[in-house]
Design a protein around this ligand. Sequence first.
Ligand code: AMP
Length: 285
Amino acid sequence: MAALTRLLKPSSSSSTSFLLKRSLSTTTSVVSEIQSQNHLNPNFSDSKPSRNFQWVFLGCPGVGKGTFASRLSILLGVPHIATGDLVREELSNSGPLSRQLSEIVNQGKLVSDEIIFDLLSTRLEAGESKGESGFILDGFPRTIRQAEILDEVTEIDLVVNLKLREDVLVEKCLGRRICSQCGKGFNVASINAKAENGKPGMSMAPLLPPPHCTSKLITRADDTEQVVKERLRVYHEKSQPVEDFYKNQGKLMEFDLPGGISESWPKLLEALNLDDYEVKQSAVA
Ligand code: AMP
């Protein structure tokens, strides 16, 4: 993580740093297992990877990257790092960067790679000082350049690409709410999309807040229909190529969400070969 932190700093592309990044490579690479079995088999009970998980979550806005990445981060004991959260934290400060960012974010555009690298390295540095290792990245990389730089500085084990019908994505974004006090995310949308044009029907129950959060719910400024559609357009243009980047490396695991969280979570664990792990974890909890 230390080398990753330094290397993500835009000014740190020295040859020393280049050598440091190599120390992040895994010896018992989970990747080789993906390539041989086409799905993850971390085999927790027998042999652990020599360092912690370094995973990436990809997917369109609203697909649920944050929800599933944060659940997995608790299960696996690695930090969930969402660059969108880092951007929103920066937005909540007053200052010239915050004003610059709010204009970009509220139009559904991407923030510059330099700003993102800066926010991410600051976050990694803070984590490193607390002894964090490994990560589940959510919302990064979002451009080929970001993916290439990440690839230069460390080895990603697995990339999970969450997929959902586009009409459902829009509905989900519009129903999204955040508690301004505890920061937890909810969704007030009750989704019942009919089967059409070969796409399966889909139902998702709302994820309602507990009573103490109800009066404190806020909507993200970029969760309006117009901005969500622009974010989807930007995703297809700039971020979809990142899926191919990892597909070519044999690291991409595609996961079509079958429905809401209660339906999708066990299936995702199964696809990741972690269903047994969850049972073991809850037994010792
Ligand atoms: P998210 O919460 O992931 O939807 O991110 C919210 C907004 O933050 C995005 O629409 C972008 O404006 C910005 N953002 C987050 N991550 C990145 C990234 N990796 N590259 C560029 N912009 C980003």
